[in-house]
Design a binder for this molecule. Structure first.
Ligand code: FES
Length: 110
């Protein structure tokens, strides 16, 4: 199992959950009550699934596609740790991932 730590924007919520290889980060976040809308359901058209990967085995994840990079350009508060949770599939060689929810989320699909 892979340990995923979710930290809310203001740091008031800090939870640890378990996930399996092949799980999509957006699905795990939503299943655990994190406020990620995922409006476009993974079509890379909204950026409401924007997260910051702040620790853990981030280097084991495949690099973002050009489309993901383009969408992140429009995400509020984007930085070098930014990813779209709908594009993150956990891999078997990962042990942990620390995920911070950004302060503001912008829906670019509207
Ligand atoms: Fe819309 Fe990820 S759910 S970009």
């Amino acid at each position: 199992m892979i340990k995923i730590r979710f930290i809310s924007a203001d740091g008031s919520h800090d939870i640890m959950v378990e996930a399996a290889a092949g799980d999509r980060l957006l699905d795990i976040a939503q299943a655990n009550g994190l406020p990620l809308e995922g409006t476009c359901e993974g079509a890379m058209a909204c950026s409401t699934c924007h997260v910051h990967l702040i620790g853990g085995d981030t280097e084991r994840l495949p690099a973002p596609s050009e489309e993901e990079e383009d969408m992140l350009d429009f995400a509020a508060g984007a930085n070098r740790q930014s990813r779209l949770a709908c594009q993150i599939k956990l891999t078997a060689d990962m042990h942990s991932l620390d995920v911070k929810i950004p302060r503001a989320v912008m829906d670019n699909s509207r």
